[in-house]
Design a protein around this ligand. Structure first.
Ligand code: PFF
Length: 452
């Protein structure tokens, strides 16, 4: 049997959508999007983020999935297989592998915070709109080295366990069932938040652009978020693309994922900013923003405590879908390139991430003084992955799909061999991938990095 026939794939069209959405929706929506929007001035940032999503994130996502589906192997082999003979495009897969490690190292820490907040929500210690209470709870969690480490390692063990069950069963089943619930609970939170005193201030912050806050560095941050949000630029979507069925409409699926993903982010923003202004938190609080604000919103409603428990459980589920897709990249690469069993590949991935991740977990306590470019390790891993690795990967993927692979190959693959009759769309995509997307990424990166 050849390798392709052996690989498990997603079993249905809905499964594909749910799993891809499961990768995109995660702490990026609930944690990163609100705090970055808050720290970078609100609506102006949001606008740039939207543009980056459309002009950069979306085309790269479509390219990745298309390439992955064509080759039906891990990202390194996908690039090696589709590239013209002797060209080192497989390096793109290696960049993605490194990016996956960097991202999981800090992401697993934040997932650990979410799991810890399930416990805190159950014991009731954070149910308060007093910022001294919620801030102290967060500070004591991230400042305690043992707790930070144990939560993170627990998360890695948990995700590794799911991965060992295999692609279809593990990822699809979980993603499918719980996403709609998260959406509903966010809607409820929005309703509560919008009924608060200073709701209009929060909304104005989120929707009335103030361009005075924009700078090259902010634009780079917004673009980095667009990559991170859609899980593109590092082979995750290529890997998921390799599980796509041949009759799946890739552009349509991608568009739906993007729209739903954006919807969740917007709901999180609408749930958070009115409360931020009402309770006197700082919109620019940074990574703590969600963890101090959400409990305050729940403290305002009947059954708030029980609902808060549910909220953090659902946030953990969303984070799990994203983590699964992140760890799937190294696992499938080790499995297919090195011939290890999936179990061994998962174990090695888990253990090396526990080691690398510790550096991030301890960056708010034991290693707080250890900084490079004025960033602690948590911040550095986050910055370097989103603002350097993903954009570089994005340029390479765009150029590969647009130029190296061959226009006709791309057109054929993205239209399911002509069956979708989306020729005009394919041409627009090709134009973006060949010229607009790579040039924009390069420009934003160079200007943005210079400004830091
Ligand atoms: N898109 C995920 C989120 O927004 O939470 C994070 C992520 C998952 C980034 C998978 C990259 C990735 F490959």
């Amino acid at each position: 049997m050849n390798q392709q026939a052996k690989r498990a794939g997603f079993s249905s069209g809905f499964g594909v959508l749910a799993a891809t959405l499961g990768s995109a929706v995660g702490l990026g929506n609930i944690w990163k999007f609100p705090y970055m929007t808050g720290a970078n001035g609100g609506a102006g940032f949001l606008l740039i983020y939207l543009l980056a999503t459309l002009l950069v994130g979306l085309p790269v996502m479509i390219a990745e999935i298309t390439l992955g589906r064509r080759a039906k192997v891990n990202p390194i082999s996908t690039m090696a297989q589709l590239a013209p003979k002797g060209r080192p495009w497989w390096l793109v897969g290696v960049i993605g592998l490194v990016a996956a490690f960097l991202i999981v190292a800090f992401y697993s820490e934040v997932v650990g915070w979410v799991f810890a907040y399930i416990v805190k929500a159950i014991d009731g210690s954070i149910l308060s709109s007093d910022k001294r209470v919620t801030q102290a709870a967060f500070a004591s969690l991230i400042g305690n080295p043992l707790q930070a480490l144990l939560w993170q390692w627990g998360v890695l063990l948990f995700i590794g366990g799911i991965l060992m069950l295999g692609v279809t069963k593990g990822i699809e089943a979980i993603a499918k069932k719980l996403m709609p619930l998260l959406f509903l609970l966010l809607l409820l939170l929005c309703a509560v938040s919008l009924s608060l005193d200073k709701a209009s201030e929060g909304l104005a912050f989120l929707f009335r652009p103030d361009f005075s806050k924009l700078s090259a560095a902010v634009v780079l941050t917004a673009m980095g978020l667009a990559f991170f949000k859609l899980s593109v630029g590092m082979g995750t979507m290529m890997t998921y693309g390799s599980y796509f069925r041949d009759d799946q409409d890739i552009p349509l699926t991608t568009l739906r994922v993007m729209a739903a993903d954006l919807g969740v982010s917007m709901l999180a923003g609408i749930a958070i900013f009115p409360a931020v202004f009402t309770f006197g938190f700082a919109p620019s609080a940074g990574p703590s923003l969600v963890f101090i604000t959400i409990p305050a919103v729940f403290s305002q409603i009947p059954m708030g405590q029980a609902l808060m428990v549910v909220f953090f459980i659902l946030a953990a589920v969303a984070a799990t879908g994203a983590m699964l897709s992140l760890m799937e990249v190294p696992v499938v690469i080790f499995h297919e390139r090195l011939g290890w069993s999936r179990r061994k590949a998962t174990l090695v991935t888990m253990l090396s991430l526990a080691a690398l991740g510790s550096v991030c977990a301890l960056s708010n306590s034991t290693l707080a003084g250890f900084k490079l470019f004025d960033l602690n390790m948590f911040e550095l891993f986050d910055f370097v992955s989103s603002n350097i690795f993903l954009p570089v990967g994005g340029i390479a993927i765009a150029l590969f799909a647009g130029w190296a692979w061959g226009k006709d190959n791309f057109r054929q693959a993205v239209s399911n061999q002509g069956r979708l009759q989306n020729a005009a769309l394919a041409n627009v995509l090709l134009f973006l991938l060949r010229y607009v997307t790579p040039a924009l990424i390069l420009l934003v990166m160079l200007k943005g990095l210079n400004a830091f």
